[in-house]
Design a protein around this ligand. Structure first.
Ligand SMILES: NC(=O)c1ccc[n+]([C@@H]2O[C@H](COP(=O)([O-])OP(=O)(O)OC[C@H]3O[C@@H](n4cnc5c(N)ncnc54)[C@H](OP(=O)(O)O)[C@@H]3O)[C@@H](O)[C@H]2O)c1
Length: 431
């Protein structure tokens, strides 16, 4: 958990600051940004001028400077002398319209809105470049872990071709709980909701849409590859069961929701899905709601970034770091450099894990092996825990490296056998 910020009240009459900032949205992140600005008022060159929110009266707090204007009229911000608008309302609309209007009105923008930047980033960044303005979005990916700045600046000297990450703290928390406590998926989700790590409607997290938006941004920034969110295949973590961890451990692995994008020749391979991760990998050691990103470059090899991927305070740090970047630097051409389009595929060449649940009878392994063989897939191992009921018997096959499309085809054919009690559950095994 993150530490609570010590909040100093803004002095009644602060001297004028170089950079005037208007805050759009006073929820978890918005209020944390205001607190951080307040706590570091003497050290930072920012003056908060406006706080915008619907029904703003219920949002008022006494630790914000008295001269800050609380408003529910967006035009107050647009017509103000604030040089930077910080968008923290979330969602595509009206955030998209507001950010566009702010840029058109000559205001720099900082946002933590990953969906906005994943869906409209190319257009908005082009507009910012045209207007010679900053559009900061470091808080969109991995919260307080400065991966965007690191890929844009720290690793700009390399030619990156691969990013792999654990980018959704909710999924990581749930999978870690199933692994550590043996909880069912449903119980682990409930626990995550009670602990504040999962939304009441967790669809975006569990189905991979949240991580997908972050992967789209990372592909653009790190791999210089333009990809639309709907082009990236997502698979839910909801199929992962406790028994999968038992088999994964036997294989020297754990299970995590993995977001990955890799450039090979003229293709961008990208997906968000649960995967087996070797215990020796940094990705396997991420517990609870933490995030981790591994980038791989042609010259510098692997670089690992880890830390708090969400939460008000870590995300506020990323927002304020973007504000400082704006205060210190002129907008750079490269901030909005157009990326290249690639064909997008999720057909990774990789070993696979397949869990079958069957009604036991003779000849089952032979029947499954026959289908796999017809599809050109080699079996690597067969694992079966002793002592399970013969009427609902789980066992696992691991498959040698082959294309995911081939495995899907074979599993569809296998799914027609009458001895199967449920659809086989497939996960890639990372190498
Ligand atoms: N929370 C995190 O850990 C985290 C981490 C990284 C990035 N982010 C991103 O940061 C952004 C904000 O997230 P958050 O967690 O702070 O969300 P939040 O707690 O729901 O705050 C959003 C705030 O904006 C207000 N708002 C929403 N829609 C509005 C509208 N149409 N008109 C006026 N006000 C509106 C909400 O008012 P009400 O109170 O009336 O709903 C609320 O005060 C999102 O883009 C999110 O993806 C969040």
């Amino acid at each position: 958990m993150t530490a609570t910020l010590k909040v100093a009240r803004f002095p009644e009459s602060s001297p004028p600051k170089a950079c005037k900032v208007a805050l759009l949205g006073f929820g978890t992140v918005g209020s944390s940004v205001a607190r951080l600005l307040s706590a570091r008022d003497h050290e930072l060159p920012f003056q908060l001028t406006h706080v915008y929110n619907r029904d703003v009266a219920r949002k008022r707090v006494d630790w914000v400077a008295e001269d800050v204007q609380w408003t529910e009229d967006f035009d107050d911000l647009l017509n103000s002398d604030a040089g930077v608008l910080v968008e923290l309302v979330g969602g595509l609309q009206p955030a998209y319209e507001w950010v566009k209007k702010a840029l058109l009105a000559g205001k720099a923008v900082v946002t933590a809105n990953k969906q906005l930047i994943a869906h409209h980033g190319t257009e908005l960044l082009a507009l910012a470049r045209e207007k010679d303005l900053h559009l900061g979005f470091g808080a969109c990916v991995a919260g307080g872990v400065p991966v965007i700045a690191a890929l844009q600046d720290g690793l700009a000297g390399d030619r990156l071709y691969k990013v792999r990450g654990i980018l959704n703290g909710t999924c990581n928390y749930i999978l870690t709980r199933i692994e550590q406590s043996g909880a069912s998926f449903a119980d682990a989700l409930l626990e995550a909701q009670k602990a504040g790590f999962a939304e009441a409607d967790p669809t975006d997290d569990l189905e991979g849409y949240d991580a997908r938006a972050k992967l789209v941004i990372l592909s653009r920034v790190g791999l210089n590859a333009e990809v639309r969110p709907e082009e990236v295949a997502c698979r839910s973590i909801a199929g992962v069961a406790q028994i999968d961890f038992e088999y994964a451990h036997q294989l020297g692995c754990t299970i995590r929701q993995i977001s990955r994008a890799e450039l090979h020749d003229d293709r961008l391979y990208a997906s968000v899905e649960p995967a087996l991760v070797p215990q020796t990998e940094p990705l396997a050691r991420v517990a609870g709601s933490q995030n981790l990103l591994v980038s791989t470059g042609e010259f510098g090899g692997e670089t690992v970034f880890a830390g708090f991927g969400a939460g008000g305070n870590p995300t506020a740090v990323a927002v304020v770091s973007d504000l400082l970047h704006i205060a210190r630097h002129k907008p750079r051409e490269n901030d909005a450099a157009p990326s290249a389009r690639y064909k997008v595929s999720s057909d990774f060449e990789t070993p696979h894990y397949v869990r079958f649940v069957i009604q036991d009878k003779p000849g089952i392994i032979a029947a499954i092996a026959g289908v796999l063989s017809r599809n050109g897939i080699n079996i690597d191992s067969v694992l079966q825990k002793p002592g399970c009921s013969k009427s609902e018997l789980p066992f696992v096959m691991t498959l040698e490296s082959c294309s995911s499309a081939k495995v899907s085809q074979a599993v569809t054919e296998i799914g027609r056998f009458d001895f199967l009690k449920s659809t086989p559950f497939v996960m890639p095994i990372l190498r």
